[in-house]
Design a binder for this molecule. Structure first.
Ligand code: DCP
Ligand code: MG
Ligand code: MN
Length: 321
């Protein structure tokens, strides 16, 4: 291993180098106080291991290396004696499980979840205690507070009860509204991850559903059905709006996720198709439409889409479904 010409494979302690490098990587992504110090020490030790001429035989021998203390020496000997570093498995499998748990918080993606992990957080309680000074957005705080509620599915009957209440309130605001429960419920599933509601309105009398969602949500909050907002539309006057929030059947029930989608009346066919799903079905339908020179989305099926290698779907003329 002396000199640059010899390949790593000829290094008598290559397995040790590989495993310690993997461990170093974990600390490199870390934000804990001693992570930088650990990286610095591993680098010092790895540099020497690269040029160490013989296989290391004992803990004492390992400790002669600069930057190697008792803990690192133990790790080196574990690799040499067992061919493995258990800590690495633990860190990695622990990693995935914990990061997945954090990702279960509404509003938390993989990057944030991993950042919290390397900040030293391992449980939801660590996050609740803001261990490592982690910061949560308002939405993430709601997601954490109702973690179990949001991550469990509701029986179909509960979705129906909540929807019936909402529909009655909506029709009181405007009896001409078209309001339908969509998603897994409409597909006949026995349980639902959330309640998806589609709203539109026939325009024969010149009126649209514009402004209805805002009014409806206000009534639903007063009725105690909508309890928290997760994602509000930017502008309430648009015809196509998306709302995400939490609701409950009554004050003794668990929180449930609820989504609203409002669309212009001419899009209702495409919106019914889209919002019924499931997402895999939608993806395959869209691909089929693309292959046939169309473009399909929740607004409609559009013709005149030419496929251009530089611009996958350039729309020429749009026609509604
Ligand atoms: N949808 C989609 N692509 C996505 C998300 C949603 O096409 N990435 C469509 C198809 C879904 C519908 O919207 O059926 C509703 O979305 P949900 O996420 O609420 O999924 P489901 O209602 O199908 O299942 P769940 O019971 O888990 O809510
Ligand atoms: Mg759903
Ligand atoms: Mn949904």
């Amino acid at each position: 291993c002396d000199g640059i010409k010899k390949s790593y494979a000829n290094c008598p302690n290559q397995d040790v180098i590989d495993k310690l490098t993997a461990l170093k990587r974990i600390h490199e992504n870390g934000f804990a106080k001693d992570d930088r110090f650990k990286v610095y020490n591993y680098n010092k030790c790895l540099g020497q291991l690269h040029s160490y001429p013989t296989r290391i035989h004992s803990r004492e021998e390992a400790m002669l290396l600069n930057g190697v203390g008792t803990e690192t020496a133990k790790k080196i000997m574990e690799i040499i004696e067992t061919g493995d570093l258990r800590r690495l498995h633990y860190e990695r499998t622990g990693d995935i499980k914990i990061v997945e748990t954090f990702r279960g918080i509404y509003g938390v993606g993989g990057k944030t979840a991993y950042k919290w992990y390397v900040n030293g957080c391992r449980t939801l309680d660590d996050l609740r205690n803001r261990k490592g000074g982690v910061k949560l957005s308002t939405v993430q705080q709601i997601g954490l507070k109702y973690y179990n509620d949001i991550n469990s599915r509701m029986p179909r009957s509960e979705a129906a009860t909540i929807f019936d209440k909402i529909k009655a309130i909506a029709l009181k605001i405007d009896p001409h509204l078209f309001i339908e429960i969509m998603g897994s419920y409409r597909r006949g599933k026995a349980d639902c991850g959330d309640i998806d509601i589609l709203i539109t309105r026939p325009t024969d009398d010149g009126k649209t559903h514009a402004g209805v969602l805002c009014k409806l949500l206000r009534e639903l909050r007063i009725a105690g059905i909508i309890t928290e907002d997760l994602c509000l539309p930017d502008s309430w006057s648009d015809l196509e709006l998306v709302y995400r929030g939490l609701c409950r059947k009554d004050s003794s029930s668990r929180r449930r996720r609820i989504d609203f989608l409002t669309v212009p009346y001419e899009s209702r066919g495409a919106a019914l198709l889209y919002y019924t799903g499931d997402d895999i079905f939608n993806r395959s339908m869209r691909m089929k439409a693309n292959k046939m020179g169309y473009s399909l989305n929740q607004k409609g099926l559009f013709a005149g889409v030419v496929r251009d290698p530089h611009d996958r779907t350039r729309k020429l003329n749009q026609g509604t479904s």
